[in-house]
Design a protein around this ligand. Sequence first.
Ligand SMILES: [Fe+2]
Length: 180
Amino acid sequence: MALLSVPEINLQVSDSQQIKQFLGLRGIFFDQWSCDVDFEADASSETILKAYEKDLLPFMKNGGYESADVISINSTTENYVAIRAKFLAEHTHSEDEIRFFVDGSGLFWFNLETEPVFNLLCERGDLISVPSGSKHWFDAGEKNPYVKAIRIFIDMTGWIPEYTNSKIELNYLDFKVVRK
Ligand SMILES: [Fe+2]
């Protein structure tokens, strides 16, 4: 279940509807999908995509999305330090970045510039669409990362990051999620 935090004002929101409303007011789509399947650690992409088909296919059709795949990051992922660094630097994309969390967790950070930076802890069942052009970064943690997520695209080239080089993310490296 997602958890929204605004560190500067010490705000935490755990209610899904309130999170949806907070993000929706800022043009960020958030939803939650469920399925009855508990996946094996080595479950194939096909198995995972099939299990979420009832939500995934209508979502893709309505949004004009062409493809979906599954990414997995865990403690055995090669070059994780370099992979983390790529996600961790503030950037934008020319296409919406849509991620559905099948398992594990990660923090999406948003810098909308007109208000304090906030983050969304995404966990199993959470879908987030980071709007094109919005400044954001992502962290699966320094140690023991675990993310299994469906990525949904119009065109994969739209997901290439354009880095802002602001280094704003460095101000938040010490942030720890602690549910109140
Ligand atoms: Fe991104």
